[in-house]
Design a protein around this ligand. Structure first.
Ligand code: PMV
Length: 327
């Protein structure tokens, strides 16, 4: 019997920064989150991934930044591809070649762009033509935040009630608001507890129910602030939400302390600049690096001031970016 022909397909996706954070799963295996979240895709920063299914392979082969990957990372990629194989009713392994244009451990969630690009490229490579919701649900299975890197611009991931309705959608296009994310890299080494392990600890914190109690209001306030381009309301809710997540992390068992002393220095300065009337606010993911969100007309001034602060090693500058696409 002649084996089926498989196309080589490439896709590009951007990482995203969460304004209202996802922390903790209702269902770990399905990555169904405890709460809805909001984010912005980061233009200029990207993962490019090429996939080709090959009937001659005896296992998946994953090459990242020119290096063959083995171990837990390959297993995570392979089990994600198993999902696509089962959707396509296919039992063929794949070659995956992937590259980021930003360094790992830079405080930019590379798993989001990685699984969004892989979901798009691999589903096309097996001949599936999934719509945006289906792709977002699929990407979610690799990394929760990857669901938000499928649609473009400003994005909401609705927690939903099941696998079927837990997906992300765009609430405004990338050109809706001239926000800039100045990513301050304070430490580029890999974190000891990644977000998958961290989500599993969220319920061990007595503060997680308190974080969740008012998260819907924060999502509503943040969505409204984005839609109305109301920076003051946006800044207040973004900082509050990030602080809630880190309070949960620090009080989980075992506790997760992601911040460095330099993290506090950046956060403190951003608060002061805002008191002086500069539209800047901050948010921190599962690491020490600080995302400083600022209106674009102030971006150069703030970037120069951030570069002067103790511990700031590098600053990446990103504006609202598009969704995942074939390339
Ligand atoms: O998608 P994950 O499993 O990498 O989790 C992302 C967790 C945070 O970045 C801390 C918050 C978020 O919503 O992106």
């Amino acid at each position: 019997m002649k084996s089926p022909e498989f196309k080589t397909i490439s896709a590009v996706a951007h990482p995203n920064i969460a304004f209202i954070k996802y922390w903790g799963n209702r269902d770990q295996a399905l990555r169904l989150p405890c709460n809805s979240s909001l984010s912005m895709n980061l233009s200029g920063l990207e993962t490019r991934t090429t996939v080709r299914f090959d009937p001659h392979l005896t296992r998946d082969v994953f090459v990242f930044s020119g290096e063959v990957v083995v171990g837990p990372v390959l297993e995570r990629v392979s089990s994600f591809l198993d999902r696509i194989r089962s959707l396509a009713k296919l039992n063929v392994y794949a070659h995956i070649i992937s590259r980021n244009n930003f360094p790992a451990g830079a405080g930019i969630a590379s798993s989001a762009s990685a699984f969004a690009a892989l979901a798009l490229a691999a589903s096309h490579a097996v001949g599936l033509d999934l719509n945006e919701q289906e792709l977002s649900r699929l990407a979610r299975r690799g990394s929760g935040s990857a669901s938000r890197s499928i649609p473009g611009g400003f994005v909401e991931w609705q927690a939903g009630t099941s696998d079927a309705d837990s997906f992300a959608f765009s609430i405004a296009p990338a050109n809706h608001w001239d926000l800039v994310d100045l990513v301050c890299v304070l430490d580029s080494t890999h974190k000891s507890v990644g977000s998958t392990g961290g989500h599993a600890l969220a319920d061990s914190s007595p503060l997680q129910p308190i974080r969740l109690a008012h998260v819907r209001e924060r999502v509503d306030q943040c969505r409204k602030a984005i839609l109305e381009r109301d920076f003051e309301s946006f800044a207040q809710v973004v900082e509050e939400d990030s602080n809630f997540m880190h309070a949960v992390m620090r009080t989980s068992n075992p506790p997760l302390h992601y911040w460095l002393p330099e993290t506090e220095i950046v956060l403190w300065n951003v608060l002061n600049w805002r008191k002086e009337g500069i539209p800047a606010c901050s948010t921190v993911d599962a690491g020490p690096n600080v995302h400083v969100l600022v209106l674009s007309e102030y971006a150069s001034e703030i970037e120069n001031q951030l570069a002067e602060l103790s511990g700031v090693q590098k600053i990446f500058k990103a504006s609202p970016g598009p969704g995942a696409s074939l390339c």
